[in-house]
Unconditional design. Structure first.
Length: 346
């Protein structure tokens, strides 16, 4: 299809993430950034809210309303709800108008199965897409971070999302070595919840645990993080009553040590498999860190300390994948090889 015609059909690049869904439209840039959450009325089975409005309902709904995250570990866990969510977001991007069905490029984890790929394609197709193209998230993130993936040079990217961490070495629009582990932001949040329950006898919700991670969480010791404290409110296990506990930065880091180690090990395993010529490129150019996990204080320092390679944080870590899908749409012919064997249409 000619590029100009694509403009009229408002072709969309989508980062369908476990935590957030982002959308990019040619000529407009990022037009949507919403949590991947749907609130459903249990009686009518109709969606009451999608995105930010639905996220505010998590853990706060009456009996007949349930707030659901249709994606888990980077893949569709609830097909029907994912389709509802995609349909809502595509309509929002089009301003509620039914224009020509768009061509859609979706970033997905590199480790997903054929069945999981098909589920994403079918959900997008049912939501109104004319053609669906899938791109591996590390490739999309690398393009979005401005790495020269079309050159014969080694580029290493670590994309830490909500459900998966993607580690890949890319060269000549292809993945040379890659690893996808289902340990990422959600596991870091969950480990904080478990720690609060075990050590402080305090039950906290997912949103509270995420706030702790964002406000005083860190991956590596530093004088700035280690002095930080936060008052955390939750339900005390023994008394059954609400209680406030003061939490310190170092104990939050300690609570996340297991998932952090799992991510570092995945990075090391990938480095061990690099061909020598590309290894020299990585040592020269360093490692690019993208995704929401890149925002965790000291994560770049931790990886650099463990690997001995300099680590750079992408300019817009949260937006790398969706920016990559958008750039692929804008340069469809030049970057067609990035779809690899995933190139399909429905």
């Amino acid at each position: 299809m000619a590029f100009g015609f694509g403009r009229f059909s408002r072709d969309i690049g989508i980062d369908l993430g476990t935590a957030n869904t982002l959308a990019y439209v040619i000529g407009k840039g990022i037009v949507l950034q919403e949590p991947s959450v749907v609130a459903i009325d249990q009686i009518t089975k109709q969606p009451l809210a999608v995105g930010e409005e639905a996220k505010r309902m998590l853990g706060r709904t009456p009996g007949n309303v349930v707030a659901i995250r249709p994606l888990r570990d980077g893949v569709i866990a609830d097909f029907e709800k994912a389709e509802m969510m995609l349909k809502h977001f595509i309509r929002r991007v089009h301003g509620g108008r039914n224009l020509i069905s768009p061509r859609v490029v979706i970033g997905i984890p590199s480790g997903v199965t054929g069945v999981e790929r098909r589920a994403v394609m079918e959900a997008a197709s049912q939501a109104g897409a004319r053609e669906v193209f899938l791109i591996d998230e590390p490739m999309a993130a690398a393009i979005g971070a401005g790495l020269p993936v079309d050159e014969p040079t080694g580029n290493m990217i670590i994309d830490i999302g909500g459900g998966t961490t993607e580690v890949a070495i890319l060269s000549l629009q292809g993945s040379v070595v890659s690893e996808s582990v289902r340990v990422a932001g959600d596991e870091l949040t969950d480990s904080i919840s478990q720690y609060m329950k075990k050590v402080h006898n305090l039950v906290i919700g997912e949103r509270t645990a995420e706030d702790i991670k964002i406000q005083i969480g860190s991956a590596y010791p530093s004088s700035n993080n280690d002095d930080a404290t936060l008052e955390v409110r939750g339900l005390h296990l023994l008394s059954g009553l609400p209680r406030t506990v003061l939490v310190k930065g170092p104990e939050v880091r300690e609570s996340m040590s297991e998932p952090l180690s799992a991510i570092v090990e995945a990075v090391k395993r990938t480095l061990e498999r690099i061909p020598p010529e590309l290894a020299a490129d990585i040592v020269d150019r360093g490692i690019m860190l993208a995704g929401g996990g890149a925002l965790l204080r000291g994560f770049d320092t931790l990886i650099s300390h463990e690997t001995g390679i300099v680590v750079h944080i992408a300019p817009e870590p949260l937006n790398c994948v969706v920016l990559g899908t958008g750039r692929v749409l804008e340069n469809f012919k030049q970057l067609a090889r990035v779809f690899n064997n995933n190139l399909s249409s429905l």
